[in-house]
Design a binder for this molecule. Sequence first.
Ligand code: SF4
Ligand code: SF4
Ligand code: F3S
Length: 265
Amino acid sequence: ETKPRLPVLWLHGLECTCCSESFIRSSHPIAADIVLNMISLDYDDTLMAAAGDQAEENRRRIMKDYKGQYIVAVEGNAPTRDGGVYCTIGGETFLSILKETCADAKAVIAWGSCASNGCVQAAKPNPTGATPVHEIIHDKPVINVPGCPPIAEVMTGVITYILTFDALPELDRFGRPKMFYGQRIHDKCYRRAFFDAGQFVENWDDEGARKGWCLYKMGCRGPMTYNSCSTMKWNNGVSFPIGSGHPCIGCSEENFWDNGPFYQR
Ligand code: SF4
Ligand code: SF4
Ligand code: F3S
């Protein structure tokens, strides 16, 4: 309560905005607490009241007044082909806005699979040259928070960790916080006993599907996907894809769109 609120500039490149949709549904802590009491969200194309020149002025003022102290949160990635023309904001390419804004940042958070590893925009043949943040920003720590989108409480958890400890969370070799991406979906999946017993769903409406058996033979990528879905779950801990009878499609893994087909049999 006595510390000044951490300035955050939240940028949006090539993305679908569902990472923001996920973030605003965080229940512990609630997103409103983060935005109104814990950080100072000084720029965010989707959540700010300011617009146009006023918004851009504000972004540049924060960069100057809080040099080396602010966090850049990035949702989406930057198209780099043809000078970056495939994503422009206020007449500037997102590529140049990203580089300019990160230049004096303390650290960068790459929200979601778009920012962390390219996601669908970077799927072959990647016509716009969509490039994840860590391949563009090399001189600042980049925290990758993959998932399409990431779990709401993982997003707010990363911010809470930075605020609480005044340090960045420990990262794995892919730049992901170990505390949220240290285990595979398969390691904690409630259907794991069926996997071990060799009881598999073999058709969407077979007996195994009705009994909740393992989805491995329906293409589940839980055994090779690192995320917190089988422990923290989604929607305030209600469920996750496998809990709804659908295999994990590995949405937090690099190049998951090119690792298909999703419904491998
Ligand atoms: Fe949308 Fe997925 Fe990209 Fe997030 S990672 S902006 S949910 S496409
Ligand atoms: Fe593993 Fe998927 Fe089977 Fe769960 S449903 S036990 S994650 S293969
Ligand atoms: Fe994504 Fe698999 Fe979780 S598809 S939401 S990582 S269960």
